[in-house]
Design a protein around this ligand. Structure first.
Ligand SMILES: Nc1nc2c(c(=O)[nH]1)N[C@H]1C(S)=C(S)[C@@H](COP(=O)(O)O)O[C@H]1N2
Ligand SMILES: [Mo]
Length: 260
């Protein structure tokens, strides 16, 4: 039997040093760790065909890897495959808080005045009140939330299956993206296949109680198939589009697909 000898990948020493330096200069420790984990030095030039010989080409190469990664993840995503669920005894207490700001700056939102706004490729774009959303069929799940900053925790969320809601409002289910704008200026977007996944919930409750402010009152999108930063809290507006909407962390280099 003839075995294939893996091709040896050679990168000029200077390129390696520059890449390491580029990663070191990324300010957020979380993003730095993320890049270090998702990147092998030789793989960079092999995957992209770019020689890593300047700051600009390194940035270009990192972007190319991330987009390649998006396509691979979208291709591998099985819309029928369920993320693991856990018994309630395994819920992490207290469940961690995380945001791009500290817990003392959590937004307080008036649930009675709040409206969920809809726009883009959606047939019925009337705003929804919290009471109207609570009157829709609800589901609950105990699943694991995984944050790229290096922690994970098991929690229990309840709410409206997003696929049900998207059908109800006549969203174009053939569109590419669903985008979210949040009350704290956070924003993100997801692929339609994940939006329609049976475990993707418009979460209105946490552990049997109305969603507390720190976990995203009045509503967050909960997806056990995606990393923490893809799960927007304090959602104010939802839009369906074919134009790539990006996201708060995604625009700073986090991988867009963000599967977990
Ligand atoms: N609106 C909003 N949503 C957000 C964030 C944020 O800063 N603002 N942070 C994200 C990140 S990185 C994580 S890990 C989770 C944390 O959710 P938790 O507070 O329920 O643990 O929220 C995600 N959704
Ligand atoms: Mo996160």
């Amino acid at each position: 039997m003839k075995l294939f000898k893996p091709r040896e990948i050679v990168m000029p020493g200077e390129g390696v040093a520059m890449l390491a330096d580029a990663i070191r200069r990324v300010e957020q420790p979380s993003r730095r760790a993320f890049l270090q984990r998702s990147l092998s030095l030789g793989g960079l030039s092999l995957l992209t065909g770019c020689s890593a010989d300047s700051q600009e080409s390194i940035e270009t190469a990192l972007g190319a890897i991330s987009r390649l990664n998006d396509r691979a993840q979208a291709f591998l995503f099985d819309p029928a495959r369920l993320a693991p669920t856990y018994p309630e005894s395994m819920i992490t207490r207290p469940f961690p808080f995380n945001a791009y700001y500290g817990e003392d700056e959590v937004r307080s939102i008036d649930g009675a005045a709040w409206r969920l706004e809809l726009s883009g490729l959606i047939g019925a774009r009337k705003p929804w009140t919290l009471a109207q959303l609570r009157a829709l069929p609800q589901q609950s799940q105990v699943t694991r939330h995984i944050c790229v900053e290096g922690w994970s925790a098991i929690g229990k969320w309840g709410g409206v299956p997003f696929a049900h809601f998207l059908r109800l409002v006549g969203a174009d289910l053939g569109a590419k993206y669903v985008g979210f704008k949040c009350a704290d200026d956070y924003f993100t977007s997801i692929d339609m296949a994940t939006a329609l996944h049976p475990q993707t919930l418009m979460a209105l409750s946490y552990d049997g109680q109305p969603l507390p402010p720190r976990y995203g009152f009045p509503m967050k999108l909960r997806m056990p198939t995606k990393l923490g930063y893809k799960n927007p809290k304090h959602i104010q507006a939802i839009f369906v589009t074919n134009a790539y909407p990006g996201g708060y962390w995604e625009d700073q280099g986090y991988n867009w697909f963000g599967g977990s």
